[in-house]
Design a protein around this ligand. Structure first.
Ligand code: SER
Length: 323
């Protein structure tokens, strides 16, 4: 990467940020990736600056000081935590995005990645194979900010020719970092409990079907979208994207093929209503057609990889006994 062409990751300590930063550092070199978050990271893998995304002046200083051309804006409050503090969710999710888009409009940066979510859909959206263009009627503040954000991205792309790219992520599952405050977090927590030999108390009903994606696929999709030619990116709001769909019971079943004694109980709370308003499955043919999207992992291969990596990280032995 040439000078004046550095990358800024905002919200780099989060679930996606941790993994995406690793991939960006591996691809472009650690001298070209600057990470920021409101909290100090436990481990610094490239240059770090503490940043509150609501402080636009500080954001601009960092962009100028480090000669940033590309921004990955990942700082956000997710769906469940968002319902505990809707006004803060609006502020962080919307002001953060408009600050970045405005800096792009003023010519400080050239390219932006911003994640949207299946939370833009709602109870009246078709649930099965939810299409790219359909009814969007979010019921959470998180979903409302993601839908408004999508429209802002499309607006800045059309009106000011800003190169902004986005994916509507489903629930993300990974072993390197824990999610925080999402409705799909159970799909990560469940693996940790299984590995500790404990029973998992799931906050959703056993038959709640949701779309998911394993983290290596989420990182691959982001890198692939950002490396695509400008003309390939025909969707400037946000692309539907998915790995596979499953229920909590199916995840438990997949775990039991490796850890046969694993137990789960179902004790739905307020997050059930949020999950019930989201799609069962996603039609991501636009991403497939435009820039060749193809996921590598399904529930079974994700489960094997998750448990193997978690047991390695936590130095716990499990006997992988695939039935
Ligand atoms: N994983 C997110 C959440 O559960 C959805 O984008 O809030």
């Amino acid at each position: 990467m040439a000078e004046n062409n550095n990358i800024l990751v905002i919200g780099a300590n989060g679930q996606l940020g941790t993994e995406l930063t690793l991939a960006l550092v591996n691809t472009y070199g650690k001298d070209h990736v600057i990470t920021t978050d409101i909290r100090e990271p436990t481990e610094k893998i490239s240059l770090f600056e503490a940043l509150d995304v609501l402080n636009q002046e500080h954001l601009k200083q960092i962009i100028q000081a480090y000669q940033i051309s590309e921004v990955y804006l990942l700082a956000a409050l997710l769906s469940a935590r968002g319902e505990q503090n809707p006004m803060l969710t609006w502020q962080v999710n919307m002001d953060g995005l408009i600050h970045v888009l405005e800096l792009a409009r003023e010519g400080y940066i050239k390219k932006v990645f911003w994640p949207s979510s299946i939370a833009i859909f709602g109870a009246s959206t078709p649930k099965k194979d939810t299409p790219q263009e359909t009814i969007t009627s979010p019921d959470t503040m998180y979903g409302i900010t993601k839908l408004a954000g999508e429209r802002l991205c499309a607006y800045y792309a059309k009106k000011y020719h800003i190169d902004v790219r986005s994916l509507r992520f489903p629930g993300l599952v990974g072993y390197n970092a824990l999610p925080g405050g999402g409705t799909t977090d159970f799909a990560v927590d469940i693996y940790h409990k299984a590995l500790e030999g404990k029973k998992y108390h799931c906050f959703l009903q056993e038959n709640t079907q949701l779309p998911f994606m394993y983290m290596p696929d989420a990182v691959k999709a982001t890198m692939q979208l950002m490396q695509s030619q400008n003309h390939q990116v025909t969707v400037r709001s946000s692309y539907n994207i998915t790995g596979f769909s499953c229920t909590p019971a199916a995840i438990a079943e997949a775990i039991r093929k490796i850890i046969p004694g694993f137990e789960i109980t179902y004790e739905p709370d307020f997050r059930q209503q949020i999950a019930d308003s989201w799609p069962d499955s996603i039609d991501d043919q636009m991403a497939r057609k435009d820039w060749g999207w193809q996921p590598a992992f399904n529930l079974e291969s994700m489960t094997q990889d998750m448990l193997m990596n978690l047991s390695r990280l936590h130095k716990k032995e499990i006997i992988i006994d695939i039935v």
